[in-house]
Design a protein around this ligand. Structure first.
Ligand code: MG
Length: 204
């Protein structure tokens, strides 16, 4: 399986990092070794001075698909989770300046903690109207709604599957709203979809 991640999908987050709004959907990959489940502790890597959290809604692909038309994309997912796209911001910045890949900055071990998946039907709401939030040490740092996405989930699935076949079990991190920031030892991150707590991760 593969983990696909969308970059720059919320206007206010693009602004906070001083990035340009991309013409096309920006996406990158994390290896499956980036995943961690079960509220496992996150160990701050010693090869970065500036690790950032990015809280994102995660979609799980249900069946194989290639060149999926946007109007059929809904048939390819039925469960969602909440995850953190952990990012080595200093490593990423250097890569950006030199036009080099983001693989280390985004794909290091355990850079993608995720919650359990829940059926979309259990939220009882449209995929493009889901509230989610992240608390850091008891204070809200990110509060988003999928209605704020520049590219919808269905557009993302249609776009990626033009170039890369999607398979059952693949995950898509759909981008982060504003409020990203630094991760420090001792931090506790609590993520929620609506009122439902999805994960609680301690940083060591
Ligand atoms: Mg991200």
């Amino acid at each position: 399986m593969k983990v696909l991640c969308i970059g720059r999908n919320y206007v206010e987050h693009i602004k906070e990092l001083g990035n340009e709004k991309p013409e096309n959907i920006v996406f990158f990959l994390k290896p499956d070794t980036a995943l961690s489940h079960n509220n496992d502790d996150f160990y701050l890597p010693d090869f970065s001075e500036d690790v950032h959290y990015e809280c994102e809604l995660v979609i799980k692909i249900d069946k194989v698909g290639k060149s999926i038309p946007v109007e059929y994309a809904k048939e390819y997912y039925s469960e969602v989770a909440l995850g953190l796209d952990m990012t080595l911001r200093d490593v990423q910045q250097k890569a950006k300046e030199k036009g080099l890949p983001w693989t280390l900055a985004k794909g290091f071990d355990y850079s993608a903690p995720i919650s359990d998946f829940i059926p979309l039907s259990s939220i009882g709401r449209d995929i493009q109207n889901i509230d989610f939030s992240l608390e850091k040490n008891g204070e809200y740092v990110q509060q988003g709604n999928t209605a704020q996405m520049i590219h919808t989930v269905d557009e993302i699935i249609a776009y990626i599957s033009k170039y890369i076949t999607l398979k059952k079990g693949d995950l898509i991190f759909t981008g982060t709203p504003k409020g990203v920031g630094k991760v420090n030892i001792g931090d506790v991150f609590r993520g929620s979809i609506g009122d439902k707590e999805m994960f609680c991760i301690k940083v060591k």
